[in-house]
Design a protein around this ligand. Structure first.
Ligand code: PAF
Length: 290
């Protein structure tokens, strides 16, 4: 497959997309922060199956990291990323530098509320404003037909969907299933921070989600399931930030099982110093029903 063309400038990226749209080509866009793994390539493969051309952005977005977060140490390897993308038929890689996306004097941010408020929004106060701002700017540079996200970042998808609705952005947001390693650990660029023993301990995140699902299916009360979930995580010395059963659309806490609601278990925790998130839609839920 041909090597993707690396585009550094917003205007050039936009021209390429606009020109190809005018030729009748359908464009799929996958925004990423690089350090690509099978989770990303599954999004790319899905886009390639639904679109004529795929564009991927690689940009470690400084404004979505809090002051004590891992912006500086976030893994970056453009060469390896482009090599991987070339094997998945990506046509363009949009890889601007920070100045290109945030020129000197830049002072505009997207203010987010609603689904951006609880959970990550409380723990990482400027995170979703940073995500929404960059996704909007990336979409202005790459005005594709479809944009693809992985379900692991569940709350992020709700925030993006809300922004797309509120600002009337002409794009289809596609949610794709979380990709897991064979042992169940959800793929994440931050898994690279885990030591071998931490990685083993991290497996309890998925096993506790599956155990909670079993309890849910046998009709156990929600607060008991949450207690069990937290017990399992704590037994592996996982530091829990939240482990809650919530309405998958509103993110409001569920107090009683409701067969008509879309329900999801959300987890954020630290394994050593590495922060990981994961989630599981409870049975009878499918990505398209949420
Ligand atoms: O999910 C991510 O990798 C990032 O939040 C995104 C959407 C690329 C914005 O920087």
């Amino acid at each position: 497959m041909p090597t993707p063309r690396i585009v550094r400038k917003r205007a050039e990226m936009r021209d390429l997309i606009v020109t190809n749209r005018a030729l009748g080509r359908r464009i799929g866009f996958i925004p990423t922060m690089g350090s690509l793994h099978l989770g990303h390539t599954s999004l790319i493969d899905r886009a390639a199956s639904e679109c004529d051309d795929v564009v991927t952005s690689i940009f470690v977005n400084p404004i979505q990291f809090g002051p004590n977060e891992d912006y500086e140490k976030y893994p970056r390897d453009l060469h390896a990323d482009v090599h991987l993308l070339s094997q998945h038929g990506v046509r363009w890689v949009f890889a601007p530098d920070v100045q290109e996306m945030f020129p000197p004097g830049d002072s505009t941010r997207v203010e987010v509320s609603g689904p951006a408020k609880p959970y990550e929004g409380t723990l990482r106060p400027s995170h979703f404003s940073g995500v929404a701002t960059i996704v909007l700017r990336l979409l202005q540079s790459a005005p594709a037909h479809n944009i693809y996200f992985g379900a692991k970042d569940w709350q992020q998808i709700l925030v993006i969907r809300q922004m797309v609705r509120d600002l009337g952005i002409d794009i289809e947001v596609v949610t794709c299933p979380t990709v897991r390693d064979q042992d169940g650990l959800a793929m994440s660029s931050r898994n690279a921070y885990l030591s071998a023993t931490e990685r083993k301990r991290a497996l309890v995140i998925y096993s506790s989600l599956r155990q909670a699902e079993k309890l849910w299916c046998s009709g156990v009360a929600i607060n008991r399931i949450e207690q069990e979930l937290k017990k399992m995580l704590s037994a592996q010395e996982i530091q829990i930030e939240y482990a809650d059963i919530v309405d998958a659309k509103s993110l409001l806490k569920m107090h009683k099982n409701n067969p008509n609601a879309s329900v999801i278990i959300l987890i954020a925790c630290r394994v050593g110093s590495t922060r990981l998130i994961d989630n599981l839609l409870l049975p009878s839920q499918t990505l398209s029903s949420c």
